[in-house]
Ligand binder design. Sequence first.
Ligand SMILES: C[S@@+](CC[C@H](N)C(=O)[O-])C[C@H]1O[C@@H](n2cnc3c(N)ncnc32)[C@H](O)[C@@H]1O
Length: 298
Amino acid sequence: MTTPPVCDYEGSDYQTSFWEQGGRQYEDRAEAIALKRLLPAGGRLLLELGAGAGRNTPRYQGYERIVLLDYSRTQLQQARARLGSSERYIYVAADIYKLPFIDGIFDGATMIRTLHHMAEAPKALAQVRRVLGPGATFILEYANKLNLKAILRYWLGRQSWSPFSLEPVEFAALNFDFHPKAIRGWLAELGFDVQKVLTVSHFRMGFLKRTLPAGLLAGLDGWFQPSGALFQLTPSVFVRSQLSGTGSGATGKMVDLFCCPECATHPLQDNGDHLACPGCGKKWALRDGIYDFRESIS
Ligand SMILES: C[S@@+](CC[C@H](N)C(=O)[O-])C[C@H]1O[C@@H](n2cnc3c(N)ncnc32)[C@H](O)[C@@H]1O
């Protein structure tokens, strides 16, 4: 199966250089406020897509178990160092375009700062839809091409691409901004009912971030976030949508919920240090507490 290219974070110091030393306290706090407003009170099994080093994971308190999925093994190692090994957290290295789970098992999913890297966003969203069950909640953050700065730059002739057209813009290799209407259309096609939209990072401007404390800016951001229900002109937008029905969120052993990412065979055979696929014969390693579905070991 051929899949779209992946923006590979293997070996990246993203968590430290971008978040901890990159002056992003304001954005981090503003996202925390948005997530608090969007997350349901509770749930059984949450899939965090593009979990990275687990920056947001502690914010998903209401869920009994959380699957942290990322393409980068080193990001997951950092997440594991932060969150530890317990029944509550399951670490999975895999490609979002080939999710190694059976259909409909999750009652929640989040995808924060990750759609941003999807060259074929509808394909990625279709995979998310496949593994969510009836009544599941999906919280999606996307980078908005229709943001105020892009509009002004376009009108002043400093930017060649139009923020008003529906197609995604790749402003750097494998980094995409999306039009809000395109996102709404893709979600609707997949049967998601959009319940709430919050605009985030209204004040992502160097001079404001240098002069005002991050907590104050984030608090102000929180005030403006609900305006996302009316219009979206910020660089980041959070959307909570839901599938119809009730009663999803699998319990039981996680290994029973995996399927082979190559041939979709289920169940996989648990051999301790690897899972074996009885369909295609591929073996998927479990190393240092991380299930690795990127490349088979045979
Ligand atoms: C910008 S980081 C965001 C990390 C985290 N969500 C956060 O907000 O701190 C994007 C993450 O998406 C992951 N990623 C990118 N493409 C992926 C893919 N095709 N499958 C799985 N993960 C992917 C990267 O490895 C990276 O950890």
